[in-house]
Write a protein that binds this ligand. Structure first.
Ligand code: 5GP
Length: 137
């Protein structure tokens, strides 16, 4: 896999505001935050996104997300936290090394996650649920 800017951050070759580090994961402040405390958490082992991450890295990622999310909430006094992972450019991914965004949210902060103007036609939900079940690996 090609190296990314996050590879350089993992190797401490370029500076970042590191929040947490263990043998498998790293958390640091996003350089262009949505709000104060916006933190990125990533597994050190390179993977592009959730489509190719292995189970061990995914578990390590979730462990660190849990730890860091609680600290970010405590420090920012956020009313809530979004944890999001962008997978592929159509979903907003810019850096192709798996990472989760931990974003402090506040009542009335005006941020909109996404529109919900889609609805299933008759039978469509049953159909897609069945297809997805058949594709679980
Ligand atoms: P994506 O859109 O891939 O999910 O998010 C990538 C994130 O990485 C963006 O929010 C962007 O601000 C952040 N980012 C990109 N380059 C750097 C960097 O060099 N340092 C830090 N700390 N964050 C970065």
């Amino acid at each position: 896999m090609e190296d990314t800017i996050f590879g350089k951050i993992i190797r401490h070759e370029i500076p970042s505001h590191i929040i947490y580090e263990d043998s498998d994961t790293l958390a640091f402040l996003d350089i262009k935050p949505i709000s104060a405390g916006h933190t990125l958490v990533l597994p050190k082992k390179a993977s592009r996104n959730l489509f190719d991450i292995n189970e061990e890295s995914a578990a390590a990622l979730m462990r660190t997300i849990r730890i860091v999310t609680k600290a970010v909430k405590a420090v920012t006094n956020a009313d809530g936290i979004n944890v999001s992972i962008n997978n592929e450019s159509a979903a907003g991914q810019i850096i192709f090394h798996t990472h989760a965004h931990i974003i402090p949210r506040f009542k009335e902060d005006g941020l909109k996650n996404w529109n919900r103007d889609f609805s299933y036609k008759d039978g469509e939900a049953i159909d897609i649920a069945e297809k997805i079940r058949r594709n679980l690996l």
